[in-house]
Ligand binder design. Structure first.
Ligand SMILES: [Zn+2]
Ligand SMILES: [Zn+2]
Length: 284
């Protein structure tokens, strides 16, 4: 059976927006930087949804914490000092070759292949889970450990493919491919475009090359206010220089219904508005 095109398009837009927000609000601001607190059931739901395309939360958070510690140095996992395409996705498979990187970025499911290979190498003892040393706080949570177990995310991806096939056969697979392609590339583009010297502005002095790229703010749910983010890593609000920031709007909405508290923001702190806590210049 095949769903009507309009229903499929509306569902695609909804999945892209909601699951994308699970990355920006969840993996990034909640798990990596501890910019606010929420209830455990919501924390787990956001994490499981984001894992469907981003993979293990502990691996994602571990890499991002390294990025903030050594931004734009040789040790940074995805600095554009090694090339725009290396920062975009080449770092995931260790290549700065633009053609290979473009192939990977358009492949849609390339990241799922990489997740599978890393897990196989873990099972063979060739990859040590070094990210766990950087995510001790998350390791205490059963859901984080389950999602980081080898082949769990691959099993979830196989289930996604099976469901897409059941609903729409090849159209279903194309639908799933586009969702992964869009979500991956507009997550990765923060690493490449928002550290690329000729794009956007740098209103804040930071020890890295981060930029605010306003025209990307809508499709990255506010993550492209990246210079502001590197200036105030713990802030739940990234659009402090006026850029769009849907993730912050969502966090405020969660706060309004009692689902977010201890929210970090240097801007709101200046206005002395409760219940926002004092922003601390730490990674997470
Ligand atoms: Zn950055
Ligand atoms: Zn960050």
């Amino acid at each position: 059976m095949s769903p009507k095109p309009l229903v499929a398009l509306v569902a695609l837009a909804a999945v892209i927006i909601v699951v994308g927000l699970c990355n920006t609000v969840g993996y990034h601001r909640l798990l990596t930087h501890r910019s606010f607190k929420t209830r455990n059931w919501l924390r787990n739901a956001i994490t499981v949804a984001c894992a469907q395309y981003s993979g293990s939360p502990m691996q994602w958070v571990g890499a991002h914490r390294v990025h903030h510690t050594v931004s734009d140095t040789e040790a940074d996992p995805h600095t554009p000092l090694k090339g725009f395409w290396y920062a975009h996705c080449g770092w995931l498979f260790g290549s700065a070759n633009p053609a290979l990187c473009m192939l990977f970025s358009t492949s849609g499911f390339g990241l799922q292949g990489r997740i599978f290979l890393v897990d196989v190498r873990r099972l063979l003892g060739r990859v040590k889970p070094s990210w766990r040393a950087l995510t001790r706080d998350l390791e205490k949570e059963p859901m984080m450990r389950v999602l980081d177990a080898p082949l769990v995310m691959t099993a979830c991806f196989v289930a996604q493919v099976a469901l897409a096939w059941y609903i729409g056969h090849w159209w279903g697979i194309a639908w799933l491919w586009f969702a992964h392609w869009f979500l991956n590339n507009f997550t990765w583009i923060v690493n490449s475009a928002c550290h690329w010297p000729s794009l956007g502005e740098r209103p804040h002095e930071t020890r890295d090359r981060s930029r605010n790229v306003r025209w990307l703010a809508l499709v990255t749910h506010g993550e492209s206010n990246h210079n502001a983010h590197h200036k105030h890593p713990r802030s739940a609000q990234h659009g402090i220089d006026g850029g769009a920031d849907l993730s912050w709007t969502v966090i405020c909405a969660l706060s309004a219904v009692g689902l977010a508290w201890d929210i970090q923001s240097p801007v709101v702190r200046k206005r002395a508005a409760a219940p926002v806590a004092v922003a601390v210049e730490e990674i997470g």
